[in-house]
Design a protein around this ligand. Structure first.
Ligand code: HXC
Length: 519
């Protein structure tokens, strides 16, 4: 065969592979409001940057008529390309081929790009849209999953791993995304569950729809399994691209610094007025965040889950940081089980990948009550403390208002190796709030006063005394636990200076096999 003909054959084979399960199934995919595996990759990567691998892989099965169902590529598109010029590895499950189901061979394709991502020290992005284990392949498919899981585990903390769920993701298949750093789900087209509605009904009698059991918003708001939810796939790919921009390629590198056109010494007078005079009145901490970061850009993570703590990525003078902030406008910013887990997971991600932490504190304490205690607020709250205490990245903390009790210690305090801890003049750093403190401290004297008016007067006077003594940052500053009390409007500049001073920070934990975070 002449070379021209050989090349013609190659071109034909490539065209066949690009058709996946065929034009009809592609139409069906579009009719469901979904993009195809390759269309997704085109949106995700820089134009023309995708290098596809293993296009000619086919499965080896001959049972159940599978020998007649041979598709080049075998239901997953894999390869590498760039996002803003930076290398990433990708797999994108092709639902048009046997429902994107996972076979031995297509698992091998995924494992190959995962191994390549590890070798190159580049992020791995998985676009999931699959009917799960290829039923006809039995244990071969299960072992394929396990090969992927093991790689997810080994890559954890080495390279960033992102998962987008853009269709079904059920059974054990959910565990690969669950082992990655971030999960994004697209509304209306994606769902995740370990057992679907039918089995749920048979086993528990519960009647529930697919959407209510494992839809995007359910996982974004209730289970916290999904960190991001996108209205559609275009939005999803843009979110993945933005996310990657905040991350380094691997744990040995720093995130890229981008040119910053937002003045570093910008003075934000609005911050001097943002804290209400009444300490029990809320304000939105996101307003503080967007005021101080570069160009007001904040990539919020877990936006709909545990809203009493806000976490996300931003930049100061072009440098990527992780922001953690108590949210006074939701449950008064109290720390509960969900907020502690959410915060801990984010802090650990940032620490894995050398992303400094900026913490904004306004926390009245831990949420009291039997449901919290039974749910394990002790070990869950400990997760956040642990995460901060083991984090060796630069840690800059600003106490905006309340910082009470155990929650004060948890929120990146000086003794958990906070590097620079600043407070606004509105800060109140104490064991507890005034009313609680007076109730505990003066209980005997109080009970001796019979007249209710006098009782109220006595309480008010003691509360004033307590507030004057403790409801300020100067007690903490006196001991050096707060490095400086700063004017709110200078916060941006002070954080940027702090981060600059910490750019060469070197810190490590004692040698060990691995830590034992209270899971
Ligand atoms: C082989 C599969 C498949 C699978 C779908 N297909 N899932 N083939 N193995 N797991 C095929 C279908 O036969 C069909 O082929 C095509 O993909 C599209 O599927 P449809 O059913 O037509 O699509 P839709 O109506 O959108 O429904 C999608 C679905 C459904 C909800 C995912 O296909 C489904 O319930 N599939 C089975 C899901 C499942 O039980 N998987 C195993 C889970 S256990 P044609 O030729 O008609 O196009 C598991 C264990 C993993 O995954 C353990 C890891 C540790």
């Amino acid at each position: 065969m002449a070379i021209e003909e050989k090349i013609k054959k190659l071109v034909e084979l490539r065209a066949e592979a690009r058709l996946g399960g065929g034009a009809k199934r592609m139409e069906a995919q579009h009719a469901k409001g979904k993009l195809t595996a390759r269309e997704r990759i085109d949106l995700l990567l820089d134009e023309g940057s995708f290098e596809e691998l293993d296009m000619f892989v086919t499965h080896r099965l001959t049972d159940f008529g599978l020998e007649k169902e041979q598709y080049l590529g075998d239901g997953v598109v894999t390869g590498y390309g760039t996002i803003d010029g930076r290398l990433v590895y990708v797999y994108s499950q092709d639902f048009t081929v046997l429902g994107g189901s996972l076979s031995e061979t297509n698992a091998k394709k995924i494992c190959k790009v995962m191994d390549m991502a590890m070798k190159a020290g580049a992020p791995m992005i998985g676009l999931n849209d699959s009917g799960g284990a290829r039923i006809q392949e039995g244990v071969l498919s299960l072992s394929g999953y396990a090969e992927i899981f093991q790689r997810n585990i080994e890559a954890s903390g080495v390279i960033p791993q992102l998962s987008a769920i853009l269709g079904p993701c059920a059974g054990g298949a959910v565990y690969s995304p669950a082992l990655t750093d971030f999960i994004l789900m697209a509304e209306n087209i994606s769902y995740m569950f370990v057992t679907g509605p039918k089995v749920t009904k048979t086993v528990t009698g519960e009647d529930i729809t697919v959407e209510n059991l494992g839809g995007a918003m359910i996982h974004a708001s209730k289970s916290g399994v999904a960190h991001f939810v996108s209205e559609n796939e275009e939005e999803a790919m843009k979110t993945l691209r933005r996310l990657i921009s905040y991350m380094p390629q691997n744990f040995m590198e720093n995130a890229p610094v981008i040119d910053c056109d937002d003045p570093i010494d910008r003075v934000d007078d609005v911050l001097n007025q943002i804290i209400p005079d009444n300490p029990n009145k809320p304000y939105n901490v996101i307003d503080v965040i967007t005021t101080i970061v570069d160009n007001g850009e904040f990539e919020e993570v877990h936006k709909y889950y545990a809203k009493n703590i806000v976490v996300g990525f931003a930049r100061f003078n072009g440098q990527s940081v992780g922001v953690v902030a108590n949210q006074p406008s939701f449950l008064a910013g109290v720390l509960d089980i969900e907020a502690s887990r959410k915060g801990a997971r984010f802090v650990r991600f940032c620490d894995c990948f050398n992303i400094p932490l900026v913490t904004l504190v306004d926390v009245p304490g831990f949420l009291p009550g039997s449901s919290q205690e039974y749910g394990g607020i002790i070990s869950n709250g400990a997760k956040l403390m642990y995460a901060y205490g083991e984090a060796t990245v630069p840690k800059v903390t600003i106490t905006l208002r309340k910082s009470y009790g155990g929650a004060h210690d948890v929120m990146s305090c000086k003794q958990l190796k906070g590097d620079l801890n600043y407070a606004w003049p509105s800060a109140e750093i104490a064991v507890m709030g005034a009313s609680g403190a007076i109730e505990v401290l003066n209980f005997r004297e109080l009970s001796a006063i019979e007249d209710t008016e006098k009782k109220a007067e006595y309480i008010a006077q003691k509360e004033t005394e307590y507030r004057e003594k403790f409801a300020n940052p100067y007690q903490a500053a006196k001991y050096g636990y707060i490095d400086d009390v700063i004017e709110p409007r200078n916060t941006r500049f002070r954080i940027i200076r702090a981060l600059a001073s910490l750019a060469t920070k070197k810190a490590s934990m004692p040698a060990k096999k691995h830590t034992n975070i209270p899971l």
